[in-house]
Design a protein. Structure first.
Length: 278
């Protein structure tokens, strides 16, 4: 089953004026771009003071404060008057939630994610491919105090991610070749697979057994096991995984957990109309 994506982006973009072909970056409104950067920093940092935001953004506190007040008026950020810290507001969450509602994969996967968490005792994740990266869109956290945590919207490299490698295993030869042309196979740990040859070999292994294994390839001490989710058109629309510390997700447990994750991925795929036999 092949995931069909248009990585060369040759199709004419819609949603813009006819006969409109700006140069790269020409149609970017810098003030809006900087304002979105501010939301990104808040989303990653949680609650932050004005001075901390200004320092991280490299802008004056007065400039940052005006932007925050503008967002606050629309409910997109909130201010704690006691701590004087700023945080993402409910309106920003509502806007982001519309992205999740575009596909029913999130709601379809939730029961399987809950089951995986209960059976394995580890955090279950759901992620998609977004512009050559993995973006996590949902998570069911374990009850354990030490656990993996990927807030919705978090992005990471595909080659060092269980879900990323599971999705790569659905690419055909042309798509893989295009991926390798632009991918930055950065090494994060001694275990990171950072050559096209080694990653191709790992992808073939994933295709044979039906699940991927991130063996501390992004962060030492954390492992991830993932499988793709296929829709009724045979396209990989997401990946499902469990993540946990290496002392709990041991190498001996990988085959058993891998079978559970693959079964979960197959079950969600069937709920989306994929022709996957039991």
């Amino acid at each position: 089953m092949t995931r069909h994506i248009n990585m060369d982006n040759t199709q004419r973009n819609r949603g813009r004026p006819k006969k409109f072909a700006p140069k790269e970056g020409e149609n970017i409104i810098q003030s809006v771009d900087r304002a979105i950067d501010l939301l990104d920093v808040l989303a990653e940092g949680g609650s932050m003071t004005l001075s901390a935001l200004a320092a991280q953004m490299g802008q004056s506190p007065a400039t940052i404060y005006r932007a925050l007040c503008t967002f606050q008026a629309r409910g997109m950020v909130e201010n704690d008057t006691l701590t004087q810290e700023w945080a993402i507001g409910a309106a920003t969450f509502r806007i982001g939630a519309t992205f999740l509602r575009r596909s029913n994969v999130t709601s379809s996967a939730l029961p399987a994610m809950r089951d995986l968490m209960e059976v394995t005792g580890e955090t279950s994740n759901l992620g998609i491919e977004k512009s050559g990266m993995v973006m996590f869109i949902s998570q069911v956290e374990t009850h354990e105090s030490i656990r993996a945590f990927f807030p919705p919207g978090t992005q990471g490299p595909m080659h060092a991610s269980g879900i990323g490698k599971a999705l790569l295993s659905t690419f055909n030869d042309r798509q893989l070749a295009q991926y390798f042309m632009v991918a930055d196979l950065t090494s994060f740990t001694p275990n990171t697979i950072c050559t096209a040859a080694d990653l191709t070999a790992d992808i073939k292994l994933i295709q044979r057994r039906g699940f991927s294994f991130d063996d501390e390839e992004k962060a030492i001490g954390m492992r991830c096991i993932a499988a793709p989710i296929i829709n009724h058109q045979g396209q990989a629309v997401a990946g499902i995984s469990i993540s946990g510390p290496s002392h709990r997700v041991t190498a001996e447990m990988v085959p058993k957990i891998g079978a559970l994750v693959k079964a979960a991925g197959d079950a969600v795929s069937r709920s989306l109309g994929a022709d996957i036999t039991l």
